[in-house]
Each structure stands twice: as structure tokens, then as C-alpha cells.
Design a protein around this ligand. Sequence first.
Ligand code: CP
Length: 314
Amino acid sequence: MKNFTSLEDVSDPLGLIKKAASHKRNPLADLELGKGKTLGLIFFNPSLRTRMSTIKAAQNLGMNVITLNTGNDSWSLETVEGVVMDQGNAEHIKEAAAVMGSYCDFLGIRSFPSLEDRDTDYQETLLKSFKKYANKPVISLESATLHPLQSLTDVLTIEDRKRKERPKVVLTWAPHIKALPQAVGNSFAQWINAMPYDFTIANPEGFDLSTEYTKNAKVMHDQNEALKGADFIYVKNWSSYENYGKVGKFHDWMIDQNKMKLTNQAYLMHCLPVRRNVVISDDTLDNEQSLVIEQAGNRVYAAQAVLSTLLENN
Ligand code: CP
């Protein structure tokens, strides 16, 4: 594995999941592996879980970590090639990425989409620029289109908790007050399609995710039908891919205890942060079937599996 920006970067996904489970059993077993190595974490957008879990994962491997919040802590970056830089951006990604690469052995990048222009967002210019100019392995901390560290965590959580070999996993859209990226949904679909699960996606009409990631997954527009018999419900809002960036006002898609009763005593998952009583009701989040805190805890071991693999391969 040279980079970790998509499932496509991973030659052995099952091996990576097993490695994450091994780190969970014994987090400090490889404390010497990353000694003398530096991980740079570059945030173009806010983060709680990704930031803290990746730092913790690096520390469990004995690595040093440098964190940078661009925009606040550093110069704003230009990504367009050949541009006359007489506007707001003070530094070009060519120099910035190369300099960061000279300080760090690995770089993690968080770069959300604008949700204004689909073609521009789905080109992943920022992530690709870091790959091109930093000359070091790049880890996505959530890009415009994918969130692979989250998805590896999600599969680890399902593998830990599944009660049958082929659980029914339902990814369901839920309402939100503002436009959110498709990255978590895209990435979850990409990874779950690679697992031997019975996978269904439920979303309102006009909110289908890109078929590049959903592939042959069953897509239903009736949430109640989709939830029937589910063993795991993964709840997430995303703005429209089709009518790019449009917010959906389908308030009856919120997950509550009545929806949970349709399932096979399903476990509830969400990547967090979650808006209570908009996306999921209080009593559902506080129910013993909710895995959201355990899931967030697993972020450490997913990040650790990625870092230890990159340390071994580079
Ligand atoms: N799930 C997730 O990526 O959380 P943060 O945005 O807080 O990092």
C-alpha cells in the first residue's frame, strides 16, 4: 500500500481489517515501529474524531505528529496550475506540499468539497496535488468524495458485532439542516460492497449516490421497507449528487424507535457528529443498540492499521 485515499489503494482489505482488530486487542504491541518517523496532519476543515484518533494511533506506533490547520495557522493555498497569483491565495500547493513532504514521512489530508460544482469536487484536485508534489505517502482524512478511515472503522465495528455470517446492512439517508458531502456514504458503499454482506441503501428519490461507488447495491426509496430485517443500520445524511449540493427536506426520514422496531434488533451506527432529534432521536442514540461511541473508539485502530501498513511498506 503506497497511499490510503480509497479502497482501491488497498491490495488486501481483509488483511487490513484483521490488522485493525489485532491493534485493538493489543494497541501498544508495535510501539517501536514508527520510532523516528513523522506524520503530518493537514486540516482544511474541522475535525474531532479523525484528528484525535489518528494522533492517538500514531502515538501507539511511537510516531511524532505535526498538525496544521490551513487557513488559520498557515497561508491559504492556490491549486490552479499556471495562474497569476494576484488574488487572495498566498502560496501555491506546489511549494507547500513539497515543503510539508520534506518535514514529514507521511501526510494526512482533510479536504471537503465545495458542494458547488460536482465535476470540480469529484476531481479531488487538492488530494491529487499532495500526491503529486509532496513525494510522500498520502492518507485521506476525508476528501471531497471519500472517507476511507471511517469506512475501515465501520467494517471493523460490523465484524466485531455481527451475529451472523451475512448480516443485512442498511445505509439509510436521514435529514439534516444543511448540505453535507456524499463522502461517508460513497465510501461506506465502496467498502461494504467488498464484504460478504446483504447490502441495501435507502434514500429519497433524487438522492441516489454515484453508481461509481454503489455499484450493484440494492437502492430503495421506501425507508420502512428497506429497514425490515436489518441487522445494522448506518445512518447518514448527504446532499444530492444528481442535483448537486441540494438539501433534502424529508423530515420523516429521521431514525427513531418506531423505525428501529422494523429491524432485526439492529445495531445503530453513525460516523458522528450527529444532530440529535434531526438525524436520530434521543432515545435511539441513547439506546443500548447504539454503537456510535464504540464505533468512534474504533477509529484509533483503523488509523493504526493504515499507519502500520504504510510504515512496513515505505
Ligand atoms: N467521523 C468523523 O470523521 O468525525 P470528525 O469530522 O469529527 O473527524
